[in-house]
Design a protein around this ligand. Structure first.
Ligand code: CP
Ligand code: NVA
Length: 305
């Protein structure tokens, strides 16, 4: 039984598949008004060192749907690692709350919360990874395409936190992942780096793989915390924009995904964003549905079996 949801690589493909199937089934039950309030009187502590729209609203709303409650804790409130040691915050929250979700710069902080808190800890994005996003993304692909195994995901842009979790989840679920990034912005990670080429490839010309993509993904070129590199990155990522010219070479029916927030006119053009906004906002909505299932499993069942 795994208590926390911090790193995709800790789970088997079977465990991730089951979570996705359950999330899809619970989404349907929720839409039909048939999802029971299983977390009555339970509380989720939500720690945010960085801004958020989707992660905050989806976790808080998911707790409300399940009859529970969420408490928002900003860095200014609690001083994670500055006003108080991470391991002490973990133990206090573990005594008062039923789970902790944390968005931090330093990935180690979320790991430490997991080690010291007796309750489930969920990674709500770190500089290193964004596992809940990857699961909502693949849930969207599964809903749009019917089946995941054998599909090809082309991620165009920065080898960042979102790319890392998605690459790991794709490998576990037998989806081929191709990262098209400028030189110097590749994904560097022990787990994905050791994957067979069939499941993980890095290229430097986005056009080289567009024709084989079932889904094309992009994210900002400037992640939270990298604002000082904005101009330099805009220069380096020229040619890595998802635009109509690039999509002209993609197969019919290709899915376009974006974790949001999007910088229209940079990593994706306005026209492509709008043409694919149905999928992109379904993807955003799936954050709510996947995480509601995750909370049900972690708090309700004590972890992932
Ligand atoms: N995609 C995502 O995590 O969005 P927020 O940063 O708004 O939470
Ligand atoms: N890579 C982005 C994702 C935002 C959800 C960031 O870390 O800012």
């Amino acid at each position: 039984m795994i208590k926390d949801f911090i790193n995709i690589k800790d789970f088997t493909g079977e465990q991730l598949n089951k979570l996705l199937d359950l999330a899809i089934a619970e989404k349907a039950a929720f839409k039909a008004g048939k999802l029971p309030a299983t977390l009555r009187n339970k509380t989720l502590a939500m720690i945010f060192e960085k801004p958020s729209l989707r992660t905050r609203v989806s976790f808080e709303t998911a707790m409300t749907h399940l009859g529970g409650h969420a408490v928002y804790l900003s860095q200014a409130d609690i001083g994670l690692g500055s006003r108080e040691a991470v391991q002490d915050i973990a133990r206090v929250l573990g005594r008062m709350c039923n789970a902790i979700m944390a968005r931090t710069f330093n990935h180690e902080y979320v790991e430490q919360l997991g080690t010291f808190a007796p309750v489930p800890v969920i990674n709500g994005l770190t500089d290193y990874s964004h596992p809940c996003q990857a699961m909502a993304d693949l849930m969207t692909v599964q809903q749009e395409s019917g089946k995941l195994a054998g599909r090809t995901m082309l991620f165009i842009g920065d080898g960042n936190n979102v790319a890392l979790s998605l690459a790991a989840a794709c490998a576990k679920l037998k989806v081929k992942f191709i990262l098209a990034s400028p030189e110097g912005y590749e994904l560097q990670d022990e787990f994905v780096g050791a994957l067979p080429e069939e499941f993980f490839r890095i290229i430097h010309d986005p056009r080289a793989a567009v024709a084989e993509a079932d889904a094309i993904y992009t994210d900002t070129w400037v992640s939270m915390g990298q604002e000082a590199e904005k101009d330099q990155r805009a220069e380096h990522f020229k040619g890595f924009q998802v635009n109509a010219d690039l999509l002209a070479a993609a197969p019919d029916g290709v899915i376009v995904l974006h974790c949001l927030p999007a910088k229209r006119g940079l990593e994706i053009t306005d026209d492509v964003f709008e043409a694919h906004s149905g999928t992109i906002f379904a993807e955003a909505e799936n954050r709510l549905h996947f995480q509601r299932t995750l909370l049900n499993v972690l708090i309700g069942k004590g972890g992932i079996e």
